[in-house]
Design a protein around this ligand. Structure first.
Ligand code: NAD
Length: 290
């Protein structure tokens, strides 16, 4: 397949590399980064999109996606697929899909879970929204870049699945961190807490696979002084997307709202920027009941 790849950052560059390694012809463009080895350099977003069977975008946010989509949609080959793997708001995903479909293209929104490690190892999970033919057209690429792809329904539903998942993740991380901080105050050893909770009803991916307490559970960013991993800034971005969607759809999400406030305080007014999202644990430990 001839593939255009726009947005060659922490996630996009290794994803594009995996596609070339699997034998696809990939042409890439990024406003700040040179393409990785094996990916041909395009001179602009339109240069990366013209004549391609699939154009993949991996960009920071919905506003940038909309602007790139406005530039590339008129230049794309009829019947080609625009595959957006960025995490963006549901409205932007649906607006871009509508424009692409009106121009005779197929559009699939397929944000990912698995982070930089999953992008490098080709083990991402894709959650996709869009028509069946679009999903079928890009499924071979999901197989190269990831280990699982779930078709979640029409356009925008991939983003809906992503922000619901990450709202659970943010809320669970906060709950787990405050429980560890409470255990400290009660004189309960962290290892004992892990031994109990990881096999009791409080277990979760956060506790069992990504434990926020250093030296406890499997290796995680807590063991590397909270170097990300999944940065608190990105957690905040995703929580804000969940709240934007909750507001637009009139959904009551009080825990998601509080998690958003706590991550906003942490990233914007404390020392959370650039730290892993599990660094909420030392934050809670350093505070008193308010
Ligand atoms: P990043 O900032 O490293 O990469 C984004 C890239 O887009 C940058 O290299 C930037 O120069 C480029 N870019 C910005 N505007 C552009 C434009 N107009 N034209 C071309 N290129 C442009 O971010 P990332 O970590 O690679 O994340 C990309 C997306 O994946 C985000 O939406 C993020 O939320 C999502 N995501 C990230 C992770 C993670 O762990 N990093 C995990 C899951 C999902």
């Amino acid at each position: 397949m001839k593939i255009g790849f726009i947005g060659l950052g922490n996630m996009g560059a290794p994803m594009a590399s995996n596609l070339t390694a699997a034998g696809h012809e990939v042409t890439g463009f990024d406003i700040a980064n040179a393409p990785p080895e094996g990916v041909q350099a395009a001179s602009s977003v339109t240069d990366a999109a013209k004549g391609m069977d699939v154009v993949i975008t991996m960009l920071p946010n919905g506003a940038i996606l909309r602007s790139v989509a406005d530039d590339i949609i008129p230049t794309m080959k009829q019947g080609a697929t625009l595959l957006d793997c960025s995490t963006v708001d549901v409205e932007s995903a649906r607006a871009v899909a509508d424009k692409a479909q009106a121009a005779g293209l197929m559009a699939v929104d397929a944000p990912v879970s698995g982070g930089i490690g999953g992008a490098a190892g080709g083990t991402l999970t894709f959650m996709a929204g869009g028509p069946n033919e679009g999903f079928a057209a890009v499924s071979p690429l999901f197989d190269v870049m990831g280990q699982k792809a779930v078709h979640c329904g029409p356009s925008g539903n991939g983003q809906a699945a992503k922000i619901c998942n990450n709202m659970i993740l943010g809320v669970t991380m906060i709950g787990t961190c405050e429980a560890f901080a409470l255990a400290d105050k009660l004189g309960l050893d962290r290892q004992k807490m892990f031994d109990v909770v990881s096999t009791s009803s409080g277990y979760s991916w956060v506790m069992n696979a990504y434990c926020p307490a250093p030296g406890v559970g499997p290796q995680s960013p807590a063991d590397s002084d909270y170097k990300p991993g999944f940065a608190a800034d990105l957690m905040l971005k995703d929580l804000r997307l969940s709240q934007q969607a909750a507001e637009a759809s009139d959904a009551d999400t009080p825990m998601g709202a509080r998690a958003t406030e706590l991550y906003a305080e942490f990233v914007e007014h404390e020392d959370g920027a650039g730290r892993d999202f599990s660094a909420m644990l030392p934050r809670f430990v350093s505070r008193r009941r308010s």
